[in-house]
Write a protein that binds this ligand. Structure first.
Ligand code: NDP
Length: 400
């Protein structure tokens, strides 16, 4: 008998809830809590109270409230699909109540745009000593991209040397400007300085200043920009043979123009300003006026292509492979009423939870996804809507 408590009721959560609900043999009882109760209730109406057994309001910035909630629900696992700001209070609550933990994004303090695992890795001993497990970053990127890398290292190479993670959204939602996941988190990530790993050190670039035009399977050529992404940090730690590790994301011209204008007028700033006697954070205000990513799926056309190019050595010879998934926005909408970015995150969150609950991935401590056997996770991707391909490339599409 397994019981999960999901925290957060946004775009990603709605996919995870629906996917878990279809697997009663793995998820006997599902409970959902979020800041806005009505969003949980709406999901319960869709899924049915027989599968989504209970819904609650919680402010997960407050570990005390999460502790009370966990005591009430008594779950085996907490799936954190709220925002990165809540990672630490929820981890604290899991420690206080003796429950395993999973999330899809690394902790960020609200007032500093600093993206690193240090805060969560600092919980390693506490989780180990308590005999509990925390699985970090069980989305697509981070998440599946870590598992793809582990799978390549296990089955295709003796040693991996160059890693390029590519994330292309070739879809069109028809809106002038909208982000595909939480706008605040998304814009914080994109506007930071670029960073990549090379020859044993981090190198920085100006935001979105390095571009490659890459050809994506079933999409075509898209402008791709180098940026920092959190999985790079754990992957270079766990695969020390990597000489270089980078992350690329595609952006259209219209998106970049909107972003430049918004940045230029200070709308993406996280510094509070005084507005009519009230302190407001411009980026939080911007989030409030942008479309809710969960609402974009109706009429969304096209696909995503997210994957990892890996170059390394096998039997003394250098070779490159590309492991990727294509995900179709319209098909996701048809299946669960979501767009592909929510879907590609929500499904791996369900799979990561399944791995922990059925004991396939289970050991005390705080772990990133590449630290476990990738094979059972890869099998579940194929079974639950995210089939992947391995392409043996003649050569890497990147300049060395
Ligand atoms: P949404 O903004 O759609 O949903 C976030 C949910 O969390 C909302 O229901 C929100 O409540 C709730 N929430 C926010 N603050 C609190 C709080 N203090 N207490 C309780 N609930 C709270 O975001 P997404 O669904 O798009 O993203 C969810 C997570 O997934 C994010 O952390 C994001 O970074 C991550 N992500 C990971 C990806 C990956 O591939 N690894 C890709 C995409 C996203 P309310 O509705 O009241 O605001």
């Amino acid at each position: 008998m397994s019981r999960v408590l999901i925290i957060g009721a946004g775009g990603v959560s709605s996919v995870t809830v629906k996917k878990c609900a279809r697997l009663p043999e793995l998820f006997d009882e599902i409970y959902l809590a979020s800041r806005t109760l009505s969003k949980c209730e709406a999901l319960q109406q869709e899924v049915g109270a027989d599968r989504l057994k209970g819904v609650f309001a919680v402010d997960a910035d407050d570990a005390g409230q999460v502790i009370e909630l966990i005591k009430k629900v008594e779950p085996d696992l907490v799936i954190n699909l709220a925002l990165p700001y809540q990672d630490l209070p929820i981890m604290d609550a899991c420690l206080a109540t003796g429950v395993d933990y999973l999330d899809t994004a690394n902790y960020e303090p609200k007032d500093v745009a600093k993206f690193e695992y240090s805060w969560q890795w600092a919980y390693q001993d506490k989780f180990k000593d308590a005999g509990l497990m925390a699985l970090l970053g069980s989305g697509f990127d981070p998440g599946v991209t870590n598992v793809f890398t582990a799978y390549a290292a296990k089955h295709y190479f003796d040693e991996i040397h160059y890693l390029d993670i590519v994330d292309c959204n070739g879809g069109d939602h028809g809106k002038a400007f909208a982000t595909n996941f939480n706008p605040e988190i998304n814009i914080r990530e994109i506007t930071q300085r670029g960073r990549y790993w090379e020859d044993g050190q981090w190198k920085e670039t100006d935001p979105l200043s390095v571009r490659e035009d890459l050809d994506y399977q079933n999409i075509g050529v898209r402008a791709s920009y180098l940026m920092f992404h959190e999985e790079l940090e754990s992957l270079v730690k766990n695969f020390p043979s990597l000489k270089r590790a980078r992350f690329w994301m595609t952006f259209g011209e219209a998106y970049l123009t909107h972003l430049r204008v918004l940045e230029g007028i200070g709308m993406t700033s996280i510094e509070p300003i005084d507005f009519q006697g009230q302190q407001i954070v411009p980026l939080e205000f911007l989030k409030a006026v942008l479309p809710n990513p969960g609402s974009l799926s109706e009429g969304y056309q096209g696909m995503t292509c997210i994957g990892t190019y890996i170059t390394g050595i096998k039997d003394g010879k250098e070779k490159t492979i590309f492991i990727y998934n294509n995900c179709d926005h319209a098909k996701c909408h048809e299946e669960v009423g979501a767009q592909a970015v929510s879907y590609t995150t929500g499904v791996p969150a369900m799979i990561g939870a399944a791995m922990m609950l059925n004991g396939t991935w289970k050991k005390p401590g705080v772990y990133n996804m590449e630290e476990f056997d990738p094979d059972p996770f890869m099998d579940m991707l194929n079974q639950h809507g995210l089939p992947w391909q391995v392409l043996e490339c003649e050569q890497s599409p990147f300049k060395k």
